[in-house]
Design a protein around this ligand. Structure first.
Ligand code: 8X3
Length: 250
C-alpha cells in the first residue's frame, strides 16, 4: 500500500518540490496551501502519478486548520508523513524597527501554524502507532543574525519543537526529522522583502544557491530511510555558504 503525505505550503518552493519528489516516488499526497489555483494546477500535474487531494487553509488560523484536517476524505485519513513546510520571513530590520504585523506573521505562521497542523495530525499517528513528521527549520534556527531576530527566534522555536516532538512521540513510533536549509532560491526573499525583486535577487547573486529540489531530495531520503533509522537533524548549505551571513560570492 502506498504511503500518504500531507504537505503544508505545497504550492511553491520547497513544498512544491517535495510534492513533486514524493509523487515520483509513489507517495499519495494531501496538498495544502492558501492559493486554490496553484493547488489545483499542482494536483492536476501530479495526479497522473499518485492519488491527490487538496486542502485550502491558512495554518495561522487554528479553527481553519482543524476544519480542514477534519474534512480530509476517508481514503486519505491514515497520514504517514507530515511535512511542516509552510512558513516565511517577513521583513528584515533591526529589532527596534520591527513591525508588529511582520512579527505576528512569522510567529503565527512559522511556530503556531506548525503546532496547529501537527496537533491535528498527531492523534491519528499515535492511534496507528506510526508516522513521520518533517519540520522545516532553517540555519536561522541554528545561529541568529543581525536584522533577523524574530525570524531566527521563530526558527529556534521550530528547533525546540522538533526536539520536544522527538522526546514525546518516539515512544509512539513517530519519527521526527528537522531540516535546516541555508539560502534556497525560492520566493522566500521576495516575501521577506515584500515584493522588492532587486533586493530579493541580490541574496542569490554571485554564487550557486540551493534549489528547492535539493531540499526535497533530502526530505525524500529521510522518509525513505529504513524503519530502524531516524534522520533526526540535517543542516544544508550551498557549497559557497559557510554560515547564515557568510557567503563566498564571485
Ligand atoms: C532561510 C535561510 O539564511 O535567510 O531560512 O535565514 S536564511
Amino acid at each position: 500500500m502506498s504511503r500518504i503525505a500531507l504537505i503544508t505550503g505545497a504550492t511553491s518552493g520547497i513544498g512544491k518540490a517535495t510534492a513533486e519528489a514524493f509523487a515520483k516516488s509513489g507517495i499519495d499526497l494531501i496538498l495544502c496551501g492558501r492559493r486554490q489555483e496553484r493547488l489545483t494546477e499542482l494536483a492536476d500535474a501530479l495526479g497522473k502519478q499518485v492519488k491527490i487531494t487538496t486542502l485550502l487553509f491558512d495554518v495561522r488560523n487554528g479553527d481553519e486548520v482543524l476544519k480542514a484536517i477534519a474534512s480530509i476524505p476517508s481514503d486519505f485519513h491514515a497520514i504517514d508523513i507530515l511535512v511542516n513546510n509552510a512558513g516565511n520571513a517577513h521583513g528584515m530590520s533591526p529589532i527596534q524597527d520591527g513591525d508588529f504585523n511582520d512579527w505576528d506573521a512569522m510567529m503565527d505562521g512559522n511556530v503556531k501554524g506548525l503546532l496547529y497542523v501537527s496537533k491535528a495530525v498527531i492523534g491519528g499517528m499515535i492511534e496507528r502507532g506510526k508516522g513521520h513528521i518533517v519540520n522545516l527549520s532553517s540555519v536561522a534556527g541554528k545561529q541568529t543574525y543581525a536584522n533577523g531576530a524574530v525570524y531566527c527566534a521563530s526558527k529556534k522555536a521550530v528547533e525546540a519543537i522538533s526536539e520536544g516532538m522527538r522526546l514525546d512521540l518516539t515512544q509512539h513510533g513517530i519519527k521526527i526529522t528537522n531540516i535546516a536549509p541555508g539560502a534556497v532560491e525560492t520566493e522566500f526573499s521576495l516575501v521577506r522583502f515584500k515584493g522588492d525583486e532587486n533586493r530579493a535577487a541580490k541574496v542569490y547573486e554571485g554564487f550557486d544557491p540551493l534549489r528547492a529540489e535539493d531540499i526535497a531530495d533530502t526530505i525524500l531520503y529521510a522518509v525513505n530511510a529504513p524503519a530502524h533509522v531516524t534522520i533526526a537533524d540535517v543542516t544544508i548549505y550551498a557549497a559557497a555558504q559557510a554560515a547564515p551571513t557568510t557567503v563566498y560570492r564571485k
